[in-house]
Design a protein around this ligand. Structure first.
Ligand SMILES: Nc1nc2c(c(=O)[nH]1)N[C@H]1C(S)=C(S)[C@@H](COP(=O)(O)O)O[C@H]1N2
Ligand SMILES: [Mo]
Length: 383
């Protein structure tokens, strides 16, 4: 018996373990997209370590099926799906690893990390079709207790070891482009005024907003609904906040309408800026809030919207300026949400309405995906 054969794992153990690890990757990958606080770092580490452990299992599986696939007469109806599965899996793993090592790719508005996410989601679909064709129920004998526990410990150990080695290597080389925030994002355009990437999540692309047509409405569970025009918002100190001229040294305090905060987009870049505008808490003091007020929803002229728990929202900023410059249209002029610790997609641009709510707003998940597809805010036809 060769040494390789002796360490090889039962086929069904490998297959179902791949499935299990893929499920963990899907869940941790999705959760990571909404994670922006350093405390959530564990999600990203888990995603990396399990991904590397998955490489080991996939290698083992490919070794097993290689012969069958390379003999055309052994193909059946489901073999093409298996091959596709192998390709997508290797693509998802490879793009993730390439990203961490500093790779990049220009695919129109998308990059390497978008490709990774896209392949990950495609994988879910292909796995379902593959399982439909090749369903083999797991059996007790494949998961004999001691061996199973040992195998998993070994797998995760190997994953963790490679991950540790990789982070150490990155630190050592500090390779251009391989420097990451804990979210995996790379720095772009920090403190460069408006000169940082403009990103719209899916299809949002409104016409530039004419300032005389724009107003901010604060409605819902408020003492009184109020309207503000741009001059009122841009005149600092609504609600009596003192205006200071110091640069905030730390993130997270918007006391004087100024806030240094990190915009971290899920497509893989981040940018740190001094934002200026009006503290949401000051607006809410001006309108008053009902006792039932729990959530604050920020709505764009395009219908795009996101909400924050009221205590967090009070400390957030509605920015008119970045790095001393007035926001450009692409960055959300006249007003955009700056929500420290939240991922970029939650920093609503072109804000026109604040709704004070009793409950969470599950509809926002749909709104961020469909907003812009109806072309609602484009006025191309009549200029
Ligand atoms: N209304 C609206 N706000 C939006 C988006 C959008 O598509 N529509 N994109 C979000 C995403 S995904 C990110 S990363 C940030 C990007 O802000 P920026 O374009 O100023 O860099 O805005 C967020 N706010
Ligand atoms: Mo984003």
């Amino acid at each position: 018996m060769s040494r390789l054969q002796r360490v090889s794992l039962p086929p069904r153990f490998v297959d179902w373990s791949i499935f299990l690890l893929l499920a963990i990757e899907l869940a941790s990958g999705l959760v990571s997209l909404t994670t922006g606080q350093p405390g959530g770092q564990v999600v990203f580490v888990l995603h990396s370590v399990v991904g590397l452990a998955l490489c080991v299992l996939v290698f083992e599986k490919l070794r097993r099926v290689r012969k069958r696939v390379s003999r055309p007469d052994a193909w059946d109806r489901a073999t093409p799906v298996s091959v596709l599965l192998a390709v997508v899996t290797l693509g998802a793993l490879g793009s993730g690893i390439a990203w961490v090592l500093g790779g990049s790719l220009a695919l129109g508005p998308w990059g390497l990390l978008n490709l990774h996410i896209g392949l990950g989601l495609l994988l879910v679909l292909v796995v379902v079709v593959h399982l439909y064709h090749r369903w083999r129920p797991p059996q007790r004998s494949d998961f004999e207790e001691r061996r199973t526990v040992l195998s998993y410990l070994l797998l995760i150990g190997v994953g963790a070891l490679i991950w540790r080695f990789q982070t150490a290597l990155n630190d050592l080389l500090n390779t251009a482009g391989a420097e990451h925030r804990f979210t995996g994002s790379r720095e772009e355009g920090t403190d460069a005024g408006n000169e940082f990437p403009v990103t719209s999540w899916v299809a949002d692309d409104p016409d530039p907003i004419a300032i005389e047509d724009w107003e901010l409405t604060v409605t819902g569970e408020v003492g009184r609904t109020l309207l503000f025009d741009y001059d009122e918002i841009a005149a600092e100190g609504i609600g009596g906040g003192e205006v200071g001229d110091r640069r905030n040294e730390s993130e997270g305090s918007s006391d004087d309408g100024r806030l240094r905060a990190t915009l971290d987009c899920t497509s893989g870049w981040y940018s740190v800026h001094d934002w200026r505008g009006v503290r949401v808490g000051d607006l809410l003091e001006a309108t008053g809030t009902a006792e039932s007020a729990q959530w604050i929803s920020f709505r764009s002229v395009t219908g795009y919207r996101w909400s924050l728990p009221i205590e967090e929202a009070r400390e957030a900023l509605l920015a008119t300026h970045v790095g001393g410059e007035r926001l450009t249209h692409g960055h959300g002029f006249p007003l955009r949400l700056v929500a420290p610790g939240r991922r970029g997609f939650q920093w609503v641009k072109w804000v026109t309405e604040i709704e004070v709510r009793e409950r969470k707003d599950p509809g926002q998940w749909l709104a961020v995906f469909v907003s812009g597809f109806d072309g609602g805010n484009r006025q191309d036809s009549n200029g």
